[in-house]
Design a protein around this ligand. Sequence first.
Ligand SMILES: O=C1O[C@H](COP(=O)(O)O)[C@@H](O)[C@H](O)[C@H]1O
Length: 225
Amino acid sequence: MTPDLVEYPDREMLTISLANRIASQLAQHLRTNDQAVLCVPGGSTPAPVFRTLSGADLDWSRVTVLLNDERWVDRDSPRSNSALLARNLFQGPAAAAQYLDLYTGAPTPADAAPALAEQVSAVLPITVLLLGMGNDMHTASLFPRAEGLAEALSHDAPAVMAMTGGDEAEPRVTLTLPALKSALWTHVMITGTDKREALERAADFDPQAAPIRAFLDDATVHWAE
Ligand SMILES: O=C1O[C@H](COP(=O)(O)O)[C@@H](O)[C@H](O)[C@H]1O
């Protein structure tokens, strides 16, 4: 597997180029469709891309935004991926986008997942998918060898499932393989040497051990040190 990899001289170039590319793909889709769907990661890496993208000259009122995955924490938690979007993406022109919030406040993600799966299925296919990746080769909340991962990576999985994994104890919801693979365009954004090495390692594993592997054949990977 050789992913389509774009290397940038620095993070600023990556940010500008990737945000422009996402905005162009959304604009292209909106020229011939009423609606577009943008699905984005949380975590620590994508905030600069969100800030740049938020100023794009698009009819954001026709764009539905949703996360790849959400940690089951309130909006006031520093771990909330929704709060990350509120601070960085839903500013300026992009504040007009429709937001499909994966966090419902239900007691557990398992309580919320069936209704979320229906809501997400209703907006598919994704137009532009941006994925992140952890050093452990997880993407979205699809963690290596997590309980339920085999189902989440199966082609008949519900669009959203409850999931646990990673260093932090909080439970999560995640879009699953068929929902994420519905995307017309897929980008993976990673920075730093550790993630670059992890991406290269992923080629030697199957998706149970390296979930990002399931998406690399269709993706353009954007990397800067
Ligand atoms: O927990 C998560 O981690 C991944 C990677 O995040 P980063 O902090 O290493 O950038 C992210 O893609 C995912 O959406 C998030 O929930």
